[in-house]
Design a protein around this ligand. Sequence first.
Ligand SMILES: [Zn+2]
Length: 215
Amino acid sequence: MTTKNVLAVGAHADDVEIGCGGTVARHVTNGDFVIMLVMTKPWYTYYDGTVLRTIEEGTIEEQKAAKVLGVKSINLGFETKKVPYSGESVEAINEVIDKYNIDSIYTHWYHDSHQDHRRTTQSVLSAGRYVKNILMYEPEYPAGRSYSGFHNQYYVDITSSFEMKMEALKQHKSQIKKYGTDFVGAVEARARHRGYEIRSKYAECFEVLRLLGEI
Ligand SMILES: [Zn+2]
């Protein structure tokens, strides 16, 4: 089995861990090279200006999580809440795809309710036009609730990497402070639910945009 070059994309630091952290950890264990690409600078403020995560705090959390997963971390530095679908965003992703000869991409669900998540995947689709496999992880917790249907088409058994996924997620202390420990419990419950559907302990589930090669 040849090793693969994998790109896991998230609009914000922690999106990849929530959506496909177990799958990413499995790739790393299998010897694949994985890049975690975050679109935005990891700071976050409310509309009233209240700072929920400083850039320093966010950067440390992002790097610690990448270390737990064993991936290379790249941050494209777009503004949080203002990720564009533009020539700039497409070319920035395109450059990473070409430089690292990417075989497979994991990204947000196309109909996720967060504008940054949606535009990220629009940009990924344009940039990844020649990439063999593109899979979309589930609507993001906690903000991605949507009223169109996610198609649970492709499952990855993450029983062996579940602890790494949760350990990586827990590096985002500012997010857990913001959303509470129920947020972590919900991520765990989803993995358990998807695992039960395929008769394993834990799983992650994806909707397929393109599946032309071995993953
Ligand atoms: Zn996000």
